[in-house]
Ligand binder design. Sequence first.
Ligand SMILES: C[S@@+](CC[C@H](N)C(=O)[O-])C[C@H]1O[C@@H](n2cnc3c(N)ncnc32)[C@H](O)[C@@H]1O
Length: 224
Amino acid sequence: MEIQANKKRYNSTVYDPRIDYSQTESHFAFLPIKPYLESIIAPGVRALDLGCNAGRFTFLMEEMGAKAVGVDFASAPLRIARRIAEQLGSQCQFVEASMLDLPFEDRSFDLAILPKVIIELSYQDFDLLCQQLSRKLSPHGHFCFTLRDALRRIDNDHFTADSYQASTGLKVSLHDLPDIGLVEYHTYFWTVAYAKTIASRWLECVNEIEFAPNDYWLEFIVPE
Ligand SMILES: C[S@@+](CC[C@H](N)C(=O)[O-])C[C@H]1O[C@@H](n2cnc3c(N)ncnc32)[C@H](O)[C@@H]1O
C-alpha cells in the first residue's frame, strides 16, 4: 500500500536539472557527502545506489572509480537516468526493482548507499533491506545512508506532533502533480537512534557524522 503510493508519485517524475548529475544545479545534493564516499570507494568497487531516481549518486560513484548500479522501483526517473548515462558515455546500469526484493546474487556488491531515501521506508521495510544487505554485500562490505532526525524537525519542518500515526510512524501527505492530480506521498518518522538500532540487528555501525545541522551520515559494515 505505502509502496504503491510512492511509486505512483515518482512515476510522474519529469526532467529537472536538479536531478541531472551533468548539471551543476544537482551538485548541492551530493557535495556534502562526497568526502565520505571518497574514503570508501577505490577503483573497481561494486557499488549499489538504492532508490537511485535519475542517478545523481550512481554517476558520482562511477566518477570515483566504482562499477555502479542504480536500483529504483519507478520507471520514469530510470528513463531519465538512462538518457543521462548515454549523454555521459557512462557504464552505469539502472535496474527497475524494489529495494525490498533485490534481484542480485549474494555478495554482488562491496558498497550500498541509501541517500535521502530512508524517510520513505517503513520500519519493517528498513529492517528487511538491512537483512538483505547483510547477504548481498561482500564480507566487510559497506552500507551508508543519510537521514534527518525527525525529532529535531518536529514542529518546524516536515513533521508536526499530530501529523503522523503514532503506532506506525507513517505520515500521509497529498501532492498535487501536473496532469495527474492529487497523489499520496508516504513518509515515516525516523530518528538516528531508531535507524541505528534497526541496522545494527544485521550490520555493525562504524561511523556516524552530523555533516550539517541535523543531516547525518551513517556507515555500517557486514560483520565477520
Ligand atoms: C527522494 S528520492 C531520492 C533519490 C536519490 N537518492 C537522489 O538523491 O537523487 C527517493 C527515490 O527512492 C525510490 N524508492 C522509494 N522506495 C523505494 C523502494 N521500496 N524500492 C525502490 N525504490 C524506491 C523512489 O522511486 C525515488 O526515486
